[in-house]
Design a protein around this ligand. Structure first.
Ligand SMILES: Nc1ncnc2c1ncn2[C@@H]1O[C@H](COP(=O)(O)OP(=O)(O)O)[C@@H](O)[C@H]1O
Ligand SMILES: [Mg+2]
Length: 255
């Protein structure tokens, strides 16, 4: 049975969809079978982020309308990485129980199911949360994101989740070195949940065409995060390394 993991944040634009795509790919690269559900019915874009929008035939709405079976929605991005798409015009007349049933329909085929959750803490968040058995809170090292993250954590207490982890995304190693942004350990002590990933702010994420990242810092960070998620803990990427030493000093000057 797959691990069913909600990827949430409260705040929009912090990197939930990117985490689903790139962490999903990193896990699939080490042999795990991963499916990512696009549960952001209002602003679904996981198909675009994963570079497979032209392959979408059926989506979650079609399953709920009885037009196809959930297996027919599966888009194989690689032999071990799949997308289950949703539809933009879909107004979200869907329940958590619906999502649970969809997930159960494919659970035996995968090791991990990621639920790409909409921003906010309304219906879309709750229906995804009630179909999950673990959660990843994606935050950036900013006060607004951490504040929203804290609210989300208090809501997640209403669900029976085995594990709730955090991934700190878009970490600026230069700002971290100069003490201008919160460190991972500070974030961990604020949120009081284990951080399993530290992803640097890296243009390669924004510029990636699909789920495969060009070699570099973000790709390495997602690899480490995949390891940590498999084990429940692990080494975190250090975003300050890039800005250390003589070359690092020049990089900081040019940021
Ligand atoms: N680590 C990162 N470094 C640079 N850009 C990032 C990073 N993570 C996400 N982004 C960019 O931030 C934007 C919002 O990310 P997205 O994953 O869509 O957020 P969300 O799903 O939470 O709304 C996208 O343009 C994405 O490419
Ligand atoms: Mg998103």
């Amino acid at each position: 049975m797959a691990r069913k993991i909600l990827v949430t944040s409260g705040k929009g634009g912090v990197g939930k969809t990117s985490v689903c795509a790139h962490l999903g790919y990193a896990l699939s690269s080490v042999g795990e079978r991963v499916a990512v559900f696009d549960l952001d019915f209002g602003l679904n874009n996981l198909d675009v982020v994963m570079g497979v929008e032209s392959k979408v035939v059926y989506d979650i709405k079609d399953v709920l309308d009885g037009k196809c079976r959930v297996k027919q929605t599966i888009i194989e991005c690689t032999p071990r990485l799949a997308l289950i798409p949703s539809r933009h015009t879909f107004d979200g007349q869907v329940t958590g129980q619906n999502i649970k049933l969809l997930a159960e329909g494919v659970s035996s085929r995968f090791d991990y199911l990621f639920y790409d959750c909409p921003a906010g803490v309304e219906g879309g968040f709750h229906r995804a949360a009630c179909a999950a058995d673990e959660a990843i809170l994606v935050v950036t090292p900013t006060i607004t994101s951490l504040r929203d993250g804290d609210k989300v954590l208090s809501l997640l207490k209403n669900y029976k989740l085995k594990n709730v982890y955090a991934i700190v995304n878009r970490v600026r190693g230069d700002l971290l070195l100069s003490g201008k942004t919160a460190s991972v350990s500070e974030i961990e002590s604020v949120l009081k949940i284990p951080v399993i990933g530290c992803i640097p702010d890296d243009d390669k994420v924004m510029l990636s065409n699909g789920f495969i990242l060009e070699n570099g810092r973000a790709k390495n960070a997602f690899r480490l995060t995949a390891k940590a998620l498999r084990r429940g803990q692990g080494k975190l990427f250090d975003p300050t390394l890039y800005y250390r030493g003589a070359v690092g000093l020049i990089r900081r000057a040019f940021r």
